[in-house]
Design a protein around this ligand. Structure first.
Ligand code: NAD
Length: 351
């Protein structure tokens, strides 16, 4: 197995790379532009491993991507490179359209040209796994779950750009025969999560005695999945999923945002007690425009067809995550300093 992982220096991509290199033993090429969200420190555990190499390139750069395909000759592509932060998409959508739409198109074209030149048996076994989000389905009311047949109804520039990229991956399968599979996953959390996202932001702000910003009344619901469970699901979907299909990935862990924050505070009260409970820092802030009320994934297809099951519950995963941040200040300190030194302060209040 020779696998290109795009976005492999990011949060989820690096979990995928670590799993493939250290546990699966695959040959992996990480292709990443190293935007503000890409961080080679996420790949420190695979540094120097003979089955891993890193190429810094933009997925919108057709020549660079073609060169990676022809020199590495992948048997699979796991496509995770994206602009991924909803708040940033609201204040600056252009990068989201460029990377998520044009970049995915460029990558699909490179994959198609490379795949066309393969012998029949290698063509049949080739896989292009397009990794996406449940946010493409829009918002749920109090009842119901997203299934693979839920109509697309994205609310933010981020989710609209991901929806467009999903359609491209599916179309490249139907029109050109490229063996594509799509996955749509709920919110991830875990180690190496960039400190602008809700869970690491709350952990680190709490440690620093800063306000813990919660949108609206905190009642928005997200379905949380530990990142390593997602990484394993992706490899399973690419290995055993049916070509042309979509698989929803989720841990059946719905939580209101405010409950996520209070859970983290309770863990910190135990592991890193201060004179006041950490929950005193919770601050409600003006809601995000177009804020979806509830996301929740029905992962029955993945569970029954491919036998996947999340290993972590929210309780075990969040405890591991808080402990990881407490133990890995050397990883988050430079990122957090950079964020606070810049003008990005205004976006530090979201998932
Ligand atoms: P991330 O922002 O942490 O990482 C994205 C990575 O892509 C970074 O390393 C960045 O440098 C790289 N990248 C960005 N633009 C690029 C370009 N033009 N060329 C090459 N590399 C580029 O994102 P993440 O949270 O790890 O998400 C990874 C994927 O999973 C995304 O496609 C996202 O839509 C999807 N997803 C995320 C979640 C979540 O909760 N974070 C849930 C479901 C799906």
């Amino acid at each position: 197995m020779r696998i290109i992982v795009t976005g492999g220096a990011g949060f989820i991509g690096s979990a995928v790379v670590r799993h493939l290199v250290l546990e699966v033993g695959a040959e992996v090429l990480t292709l990443d532009k190293l935007t503000y969200a890409g961080n080679l420190a996420n790949l420190a555990p695979v540094e120097g491993k003979p089955n891993h190499r890193f190429v810094q390139a933009d997925i919108c750069d057709a020549a660079a991507v073609a060169e990676v395909f022809s020199s590495f000759r992948p048997t699979r592509v796991y496509h995770l490179a994206a602009e991924s932060h909803v708040d940033r998409s609201i204040t600056g959508a252009a990068d989201f359209i460029t990377t998520n739409v044009i970049g995915t198109f460029t990558l699909l074209e490179a994959a198609r040209h490379f795949w066309n030149g393969l012998p029949a048996d290698e063509k049949r076994d080739f896989r292009f796994l397009h990794v996406s989000t449940d946010e493409v389905y829009g918002s749920l009311g109090a009842e119901g779950l997203f299934t693979e047949t839920t109509p697309y109804d994205p609310s933010s520039p981020y989710s609209a750009s991901k929806a467009a990229s999903d359609h491209l991956a599916i179309a490249w399968g139907r029109t050109y025969g490229l063996p594509t599979v799509v996955s749509n996953c709920s919110n991830n959390y875990g180690p190496y999560h960039f400190p602008e996202k809700l869970i690491p932001l709350v952990i680190l702000n709490a440690l620093h005695g800063k306000p813990l910003p919660v949108y609206g009344d905190g009642s928005n619901i997200r379905d949380w999945l530990y990142v390593e469970d997602h990484a394993k699901a992706l490899h399973l979907i690419a290995s055993r999923g049916r070509v042309g299909e979509t698989y929803n990935v989720g841990g059946r862990n719905e939580r209101r945002n405010i409950d996520v924050v209070t859970t983290i505070c309770a863990i910190l009260d135990r592991l890193a007690p201060k004179s006041h409970p950490h929950g005193d820092l919770i601050t409600y802030v003006t809601d995000r425009p177009g804020h979806d009320a509830r996301y929740a994934i029905d992962a029955t297809k993945l569970e029954t067809e491919l036998g996947w099951k999340a290993e972590e519950t929210f309780e075990t995963g969040i405890e591991k995550t808080v402990r990881w941040y407490l133990d890995n200040e050397a990883w988050w300190r430079p990122l957090r300093d950079k964020i606070y030194a810049g003008e990005r302060l205004g976006v530090l209040k979201s998932e």
